[in-house]
Design a protein around this ligand. Structure first.
Ligand code: HPA
Length: 269
């Protein structure tokens, strides 16, 4: 199954990149800045799942950004859509087989840390995933990695060091923190947010963690950046809506894009 997908992609792409970027909310327009593109629609790729969220695209884009070869996932899969976690993370294993060494994960999240503001970016230093089943549950895929894997360095510390000054320069702030993964699709209750804060979370969202776990399982280095599109439930006296989340993500887009572009240049050297 994996090989059929990989062979299909290899036939279409000339320059295989070493870096993959998952374009989450707030970073979708990076797709427009990719040059010499080869665009492959998910629906044409054998064994690939298809995105169901309105406004989320479904294509792999191979090409370069400021001379750096990348593959971008424009549209990702979420557990709340009804996919099995194996499908959510299928592209990550395909990336591994294509030779990807570094994965930049981006998404939107609610801010739990009271020092954050709507529209901020946060570098993910670590994650909490107590409330979801592990994507690695079931027979281990030995060809990708070991049964029991160390999780003390999910988000690569060397890359975080490179990212911090870039973030500070472009956004004027350098927020870092712990990302808590919730299954969704409901936003959290205020009680859940208070509980997550007590557990050490700085931001909360509905993606990223399954992909990061599978990437670590197969030895791909991860970088995580999240856009704080809203303060999490109960912090501000406001009702959370997907429309507001999308609006804030669009406002943060130009900074987000710039941060990722500079990061790409740095890690390519
Ligand atoms: N909670 C969970 N996921 C999110 C949020 C939130 O507040 N904002 C954007 N994605």
């Amino acid at each position: 199954m994996f090989l059929e997908t990989v062979n299909f992609i290899k036939e279409k792409v000339n320059n295989m990149p070493k870096i993959a970027v998952i374009l989450g909310s707030g970073l979708g327009s990076l797709a427009d800045d990719i040059e010499n593109k080869t665009v492959i629609s998910y629906k044409d790729i054998p064994n690939f799942p298809i995105s169901t969220v309105p406004g989320h695209k479904g294509e792999l884009i191979f090409g370069n950004v400021n001379g750096v070869e990348i593959v971008a996932m424009n549209g990702r899969f979420h557990y709340y859509e009804g996919y099995d976690l194996k499908d959510v993370t299928y592209p990550i294993r395909i990336f591994k087989l294509l030779g990807i060494e570094t994965l930049i994960l981006t998404n939107a999240a609610g801010g739990i840390n009271l020092n954050f503001e709507k529209g901020d970016l946060m570098i993910i230093e670590d994650q909490l995933s107590f409330f979801a089943e592990s994507v690695l549950r079931g027979p281990n895929l030995d060809e990708f990695g070991d049964r029991f894997i160390d999780m003390s360095n999910v988000y690569d510390k060397d890359y975080i060091k490179i990212l911090k000054p870039i973030m500070k320069k472009i956004t004027g702030k350098c927020n870092t923190g712990v990302y808590a993964y919730m299954k969704g699709p409901t936003y959290e209750t205020p009680a859940e947010i208070r509980a997550l804060r007590t557990l050490g979370a700085d931001a909360v969202g509905m993606s990223m963690v399954p992909e990061a776990v599978v990437a670590r399982h197969c030895g791909i280095k991860c970088i995580g950046i999240t856009c704080i599109t809203n303060m999490a439930a109960g912090i501000k006296n406001e009702v959370l809506s997907h429309e507001d989340v999308k609006e804030t993500a669009v406002k943060a887009e130009s900074n987000f894009k710039q941060v990722v572009k500079e990061l790409l240049e740095k890690i390519n050297n």
